[in-house]
Design a protein around this ligand. Structure first.
Ligand SMILES: Nc1ncnc2c1ncn2[C@@H]1O[C@H](COP(=O)(O)OP(=O)(O)OP(=O)(O)O)[C@@H](O)[C@H]1O
Length: 234
């Protein structure tokens, strides 16, 4: 069975710790809802789990899963979708071509849903021929979330996935998340609002041990070396 576990995980930017030590374990079919005030390290934690930032301490283990090449999974990134604050869809090309890109780029864990059906599942009409940049903010978010269906993967890492969505779309996406869990998927989601994942585990970063002592906010001196070490878009 697919499991992931964080043990004493420290997450941060450059060398500045944003949250931790964090301990949690999840198995297939389970969700983790990450909460905490602005700046408490939710996005940093998700980016670290997705392999986009290095852990500053502790370990992240994944076991029991198979990667696209049939080999045992070595990292979460191999079998995860990461949906950050940005939609990761190109505005100048059609929604359909954007979704085709995701389907073609990732190793898939199951049968991909056709673009039109995936958009319908998010409550959208057939927008496949429309440039992504023509859509409203909520339509952009929903069609970006459709990539979770057109390119099925076991783990969904979601950063405030429902932020731009109306109430009906939030409920719709809540049901899609529930279905992903019921079919053996695993979800880690940061949020400021209820997601409809009533049975999920909770991780509140406002209680993160190092939160009070970490260097952050105005007055932090960031050296040139640290800038180079950071992601390049401080
Ligand atoms: N690109 C970056 N470079 C350096 N520091 C960053 C960067 N992004 C965030 N931070 C810092 O890391 C800390 C945690 O930020 P993070 O974005 O993880 O918080 P969050 O809990 O997701 O907040 P929010 O609820 O506002 O989205 C903050 O102190 C922030 O200033």
């Amino acid at each position: 069975m697919l499991t992931i576990a964080a043990d004493g995980l420290l997450v941060g930017r450059g060398r500045a710790i944003a949250a931790g030590p964090l301990d949690f374990a999840l198995a297939a079919g389970e969700g983790l809802v990450v909460t905490g005030p602005n700046g408490s390290g939710k996005s940093t934690m998700l980016r670290t789990l997705a392999g986009l930032l290095p852990a500053l301490g502790g370990t992240i283990a994944v076991s029991g899963g198979l990667a696209g090449d049939g080999e045992p999974v070595g990292s979460i990134a191999e079998i995860a979708h990461y949906v950050g604050h940005r939609n990761a869809m190109k505005p100048g090309i059609s929604v359909g071509r954007n979704l085709d890109f995701w389907r073609a780029t990732l190793d898939l864990a199951g049968t991909p849903v056709p673009n039109e059906a995936a958009l319908l599942a998010l409550g959208l009409p057939d927008l496949t021929a429309v440039p992504f940049g023509y859509l409203s903010a909520g339509q952009q978010r929903r069609s970006s979330l459709a990539r979770l269906l057109v390119a099925p993967r076991d783990i969904w890492i979601l950063d405030e996935p429902t932020a731009a969505l109306d109430a009906e779309s939030q409920a719709l996406f809540g049901r899609l998340m529930q279905r992903h869990l019921e079919t053996g998927g695993l979800i880690i989601a940061a949020t400021h609002q209820p997601l409809g994942l009533e049975h999920a585990r909770r991780l509140d970063l406002s209680r993160s041990d190092l939160r009070e002592s970490r260097p952050a906010g105005p007055g932090v001196n960031v050296s040139d070396d640290e800038l180079v070490e950071a992601e390049g878009w401080l």
